[in-house]
Design a protein around this ligand. Structure first.
Ligand code: PMP
Length: 375
């Protein structure tokens, strides 16, 4: 047997070579050498997990909720979520399941819906996971450009739909841009999907973080929209891996079947903490992030072109000179950690800055960004 087929390198499936993590790894390697850093790269809230949620987790562990749970989730959490979803949408056929984070819901959704050869429309830039999950399922991600304002253009989506299009993944408020689409555009997208028999997957993980108006879900306009959601961002529970997905009962049934044979269940004690989280008002944190957004935009707008920024906790800034990667390398030399836009995009023109940090870090980070923009 030739040497190369006996080496572990040769065992790796071809699909893994479509996932290129070298860009982001290089940035983290550069950053690892820094002694003091101003970190605006973080994709998670900076406030502590609210105390009643922490207590509910500890109690669940003490009470012995440590074995497997039913695959769809514990009944009290499912019922509480279902009741809220029914009140919000009133769709007869809409069912909920509990997942291992929103990522778990997205993974199950894509694996349950996408066949080899299918096309899935994503908006460029978008959350890193979407393209990789589509490839993993054997599908092809079709990018619809949203630069420079990061708003969905319905005519571009219409033009991208072919007879192979299976799904569209939509994310408003969005990572990495913080863009929020207006309700009329969201309704038009929902109707377009219905017209073409395409599944609209709406990733609503940032729904609480809408700063300039109420959140609008496309499930209001199309009763077959599949919604992925979770507690990570809203309740500062990123490490606890709790999410939920709701949509047409047939799709949810298939996703539950796959969960049974992959994740098995979402972490059981965390599901009890999720029940407590549903009672917690997070508006104080949302107000705090709105204030931080306002402050950062006020400071950076004279120096950077900013599209989006109406939600989530990111600004996606155009690099005033050079590529996004060049800007990030110069930033890291000054101790500022940010993410190059090409991690999320076919283009390398922008940088992602997170404002989920304390005020002092935010001000120092803004000073450095302004200084770098002028160089
Ligand atoms: N969707 C988007 C748009 C995200 O930004 C993230 C987290 N960065 C996720 C999904 C995954 O979140 P979770 O922790 O719930 O898996």
């Amino acid at each position: 047997m030739p040497d190369d087929t006996s080496s572990p390198d040769a065992w790796i499936a071809g699909r893994m070579h479509h996932i290129d993590a070298s860009g982001i790894r290089r940035i983290f390697d550069l950053a690892a050498g820094l002694e003091k850093k101003i970190d605006l790269s973080i994709g998670q809230p900076h406030f502590p997990t609210p105390e009643p949620i922490r207590r509910a987790l500890a109690t669940a562990v003490e009470d012995g909720h440590n074995g497997y749970s039913p695959s769809p989730g514990i009944a009290p959490l499912r019922q509480a979520l279902q009741q809220r979803i029914d009140e919000q949408f009133g769709h007869d056929d809409r069912r909920v399941m509990v997942t291992s984070g929103t990522s778990g819901g997205l993974t199950l959704a894509i694996c349950s819906l996408v066949d080899p050869g299918d096309e899935v429309i994503v908006f460029d830039p978008c959350f890193v996971m979407y393209r990789h999950l589509i490839t993993l399922a054997g599908g092809t991600a079709i990018s619809v450009d949203t630069y420079p304002e990061f708003q969905v253009d319905i005519e571009r989506v219409r033009a991208a739909i072919t007879d192979r299009t299976k799904a569209i993944i939509f994310n408003s408020p969005g990572n990495p841009t913080g863009a929020v689409d207006d309700p009329a555009t969201i309704a038009a997208l929902a109707r377009l999907a219905a017209e073409h028999g395409v599944v609209l997957i709406s990733d609503e993980i940032y729904s609480r973080f809408c700063y300039d108006g109420p959140f609008h879900s496309p499930a209001n306009d199309n009763d077959q929209v599949l919604v992925t959601d979770g507690f990570s961002k809203s309740h500062s529970m990123t490490g606890w891996r709790l999410g939920f997905t709701h949509g047409p009962a047939t799709v949810i049934e298939q996703m539950i079947k796959l969960q049974q044979f992959t994740f098995v269940c979402a972490p059981h004690p965390v599901q009890w903490a999720g029940l407590a989280a549903l009672e917690i008002d997070v508006s104080e944190h949302v107000d705090d992030y709105r204030r931080k957004r306002n402050r950062l935009v006020e400071r950076l707008a004279p120096h950077f072109r900013i599209g989006g920024g109406a939600g989530a906790f990111y600004l996606f800034l155009e690099s005033p000179r050079g590529s996004g990667i060049d800007f990030v390398e110069r930033a890291i030399q000054r101790g500022l950690l940010i993410i190059p836009g090409n991690v999320f995009s076919d283009r390398d023109t922008h940088i992602r800055v997170s404002f989920a940090v304390d005020d002092e870090t935010l001000e120092t980070g803004a000073d450095l960004l302004i200084e770098l923009a002028g160089q």
